[in-house]
Design a protein around this ligand. Structure first.
Ligand code: ACM
Length: 558
């Protein structure tokens, strides 16, 4: 397969002119051959699929999207696998002008698919619904940009899909994006747009950072003050340096009903949500809500934090009610989010308040340690044991930021996952060598909230413009990882911290197109990745973003 974007020329049979069509898929498939000709989405198009493949919803959504964006109505029918069929599409729907057939192959990977486009026939093979979904995403990307954007284009008269043969599957099982809504609350519509864009790029984990010193964003019914008090602060901006708190009451939160709506939306796009409550550090909003049992110094006033940085006002991990609080929060999160993981944070947790608290001092003695970090591990141990007692469908695996490795993790076991951000490559290797799974989220260059260029037009943001699209693209996951540790690396994730980013428009500006660069690292084999080729394929994305109605960084678009 060629590394360069593939420019194919399609002879337009109807009007007799030659049009050039560029195939610009992101992420680049693992294997692709481009052939002459195109499938015309017009007239009577029939789609048939095996009854027992579990793809009813995937098929219905695809048909609906094609109808909305092109006006073409695809008819569907099912067949019994035993009778099928192969390319004998006449059995599918005799009267159709063109066919799309789906078939299953249990030997393929969970997210893998094969897609062949011929002039009158598209065939898709996959083992699981996710594979069929990704084949449809590829088909949508092969069509004009309005199709992936989900909007009708009245000016279009033809819908061509170039003839290709693709065999594809992701490099990594974990292709994530994290959004911090603790600092700023953006709301459901923004999250849905982000999920759409993640799905366009075949990303499959949305890590939702829901709590911070500056705000608690998820309704917990047993602790209503978390959102009555903890979701609101007395400043829109997070103060830092020359930026001063502005005294404006500001905040917001997701009800459990809202969160369930987002869960359903994500599921349709084969995205799992990883909810994060960052405890016991980064928890001043929670402490301000229930200082009587969460504060190390309940005698002092506590408020939702107005500043940037790392607050010293951490949860008192020695208080039995604080441990119960965390268990109760986990129970409600488990009920809302029916996925595999819960993230409990664990980064940047100062221990000064524990060091001065007599109950914490006594607990440290009781667990036989002199390292205050072990109080944090002991807290997590109790939460992990709590989860272990639940029925199978409520089991969740725990994820932590890599600072947790500074404590005695033997007390926690190695069936946890470490998200490696600071000194990421080294930390990931350390986690893997302790037998833990790990996810690469290197601060530099995968914190895509930082400035993406040094241009004077760059909006006020964090950083020095060193996280360019190219720098993000060129990070090489798993460089020099010994073979015996390789299976511990689950994948990659971009993170987005929002102290400096108050509006959805600014989020989108910084997110795009860098998210596409991380998505490709997660999907495409390393040996096929090449920045110049990516930059060329990226050019068409500007139209996708505009049609989708999202802002984006303009630097790399010509
Ligand atoms: C982090 O950036 N504090 C995980």
């Amino acid at each position: 397969m060629k590394l360069k974007s593939i420019l194919i020329t399609i002879l337009c049979a109807v009007c007799g002119v030659t049009v050039a069509q560029e195939i610009s898929l992101i992420p680049q498939p693992a294997q692709m051959t481009v052939n002459e000709g195109a499938f015309l989405l017009q007239g009577k198009v029939a789609l048939c699929y095996p009854k027992d493949a579990g793809v009813n919803d995937v098929v219905d959504n695809f048909i609906k999207e094609i109808k909305t964006t092109t006006g073409v109505k695809i008819s569907k029918s099912t067949y019994k696998k035993a009778k099928m069929l192969g390319a004998d599409v006449k059995k599918c729907n005799k009267k159709a002008d063109a066919h799309i057939t789906l078939d299953t192959d249990a030997s393929m990977g969970a997210e893998a698919y094969k897609l062949t486009v011929k002039e009158r026939l598209i065939t898709i093979t996959a083992a699981q619904p996710a594979g069929f979904f990704y084949a449809f995403q590829t088909l949508k990307q092969l069509l004009p940009a309005n199709v992936m954007a989900g909007v009708y284009d009245a000016s279009a008269t033809e819908w061509r899909i170039p003839c290709v043969s693709i065999t594809d599957e992701p490099r990594f099982a974990w292709r994530g994006f994290m959004l911090d809504e603790g600092r700023h609350f953006y709301g459901k519509e923004e999250i849905k747009k982000i999920l759409d864009i993640m799905a366009a790029y075949k990303m499959n984990r949305f890590h939702w950072h829901l709590t911070e010193d500056q705000g608690w964003r998820i309704e917990i019914k047993k602790y209503p003050k978390l959102t009555e008090v903890g979701a609101w602060r007395n400043s829109r901006v997070c103060g830092w340096g020359d930026v001063k708190p502005d005294g404006i009451r500001y905040g917001g939160y997701y009800t459990q009903k809202d969160a369930r709506e987002i869960v359903a939306y994500a599921k349709e796009r084969f995205i799992e949500i990883v909810p994060e409550v960052d405890i016991p550090g980064h928890s001043q909003a929670a402490v301000a809500s229930y200082p009587e049992f969460l504060a190390c110094d309940p005698e002092n006033p506590h408020e939702v934090w107005l500043w940037q940085g790392v607050s010293a006002d951490v949860i008192n991990v020695s208080h039995p009610k604080a441990v119960q609080f965390a268990k109760d929060v986990i129970d409600e999160l488990t009920a809302i989010f029916p996925f595999g993981y819960i993230h409990l944070g664990g980064d940047e947790c100062p221990t000064h308040k524990w060091e001065k608290n007599s109950d914490c001092q006594a607990l440290l003695k009781e667990i036989g340690s002199q390292n205050y970090r072990d109080l944090q591990i002991n807290f997590y141990r109790q939460l992990k044991e709590h989860i272990a007692q639940k029925p199978a469908r409520e089991q969740r695996r725990l994820i932590f930021w890599n600072e947790v490795l500074h404590g005695n993790t033997a007390a926690l076991g190695n069936d946890i996952t470490i998200m490696a951000w600071i000194g990421a490559d080294r930390a990931a290797k350390e986690a893997a060598s302790r037998g833990m799974n790990t996810i690469l989220t290197p601060q530099i260059p995968y914190y895509i909230n930082r400035k993406q260029s040094n241009l004077p037009t760059e909006p006020h943001s964090q950083g020095h413009g060193t996280e360019t699209v190219e720098a993000v693209y060129n990070y090489v996951p798993m460089k020099d990882v010994p073979a015996e540790l390789a299976t511990k690396y689950m994948g990659v994730q971009a993170n987005f911290w929002t102290e400096w980013v108050e509006t959805p428009d600014h989020v989108q500006y910084l997110l795009l197109p860098r998210l596409a660069a991380v998505a490709e690292a997660g999907w495409t084999p390393q040996e096929l990745r090449n920045y110049k080729d990516f930059e060329q394929r990226l050019q068409g994305e500007a139209l996708f973003y505009r049609l989708k109605g999202v802002n984006y960084g303009k630097h790399v678009f010509k």
